[in-house]
Design a protein around this ligand. Structure first.
Ligand code: GDP
Length: 222
């Protein structure tokens, strides 16, 4: 579990540098320098690229409009303030979602490719048997307007079976009414059974809190 209760502070002016490093199609393409990794997973269009761009305050991640982008794991090397560099990783849209109705046998070839890539990615969370461990944490992004979509709950069940630290983040909070903020916030926390921070790539809400969680992951990396 990643999240602990923490107060939201106003954004401070910390310098962030970020660069696109690689689009990985499989394990052979993953970076080997063992920096901590924070991966974002979620349905296509949930706001993964926008969140990365908002966190680093520059247009480093390509949004869904870029052809082919969603089939690969995109690695961005990020350094914030004096902290050690880490990777933010944008994982493909649906490879992790394998409920009973989405089994690999019944899946389209493209979806099996997604599954292979994400399987290879997540297998590195428990890699300490074969070498020094890499610190990998995974955030499942869900759209704050639609709490409890079956595909999101499937993805969370699947993530819980993986050996990675994990958390849930609700995107597009700027699109909620005040009443929805309360109602959806409570529903999300009860469905996922963890604190679910609301964030907005558009207004910057929740990003400072998310950076604090990322900093903790990075500090505790081996
Ligand atoms: P991805 O497929 O998960 O990488 O999603 P994108 O980052 O490409 O975002 C999909 C769409 O949602 C784009 O049109 C974004 O402009 C929009 N979007 C993403 N984040 C936010 C947000 O926080 N607020 C609002 N209003 N729109 C957002």
């Amino acid at each position: 579990m990643i999240f602990v209760n923490s107060s939201i502070r106003q954004s401070v002016n910390v310098k962030v540098s970020a660069e696109f490093v690689t689009s990985a199609a499989g394990a052979g393409d993953f970076p080997r320098d063992r920096l901590a990794e924070v991966a974002l997973v979620g349905r296509s269009n949930v706001g993964k690229s926008s969140l990365i761009n908002a966190l680093v305050k520059q247009q480093v991640a390509r949004t869904s409009a870029a052809p082919g982008k969603t089939r690969l794991a995109n690695f961005y090397r990020v350094q914030r303030g004096p902290a050690r560099a880490l990777y933010l990783v944008d994982l493909p849209g649906y490879g992790y979602a394998r409920g009973q109705t989405r089994g690999p046998q019944g899946s389209a070839p493209q979806e099996r490719e997604f599954s292979r890539l994400t399987d290879e990615y997540f297998s590195r969370c428990g890699a300490d048997l074969h070498g020094p461990r890499i610190s990998i944490a995974v955030f499942l992004l869900v759209d704050a307007r639609h709490p409890g979509l079956a595909s999101d709950l499937d993805a969370w069940d699947w993530l819980k079976s993986q050996p990675c630290a994990r958390g849930v983040v609700a995107t597009k909070a700027d699109k909620l009414t005040r009443a929805e903020r309360t109602r959806h916030g409570q529903k999300l926390e009860s469905l996922f059974d963890v604190p679910v921070p609301l964030v907005s790539a558009q207004t910057g809400e929740g990003l400072e809190e998310l950076w604090k969680v990322i900093a903790t992951i990075n500090r505790t990396a081996p």
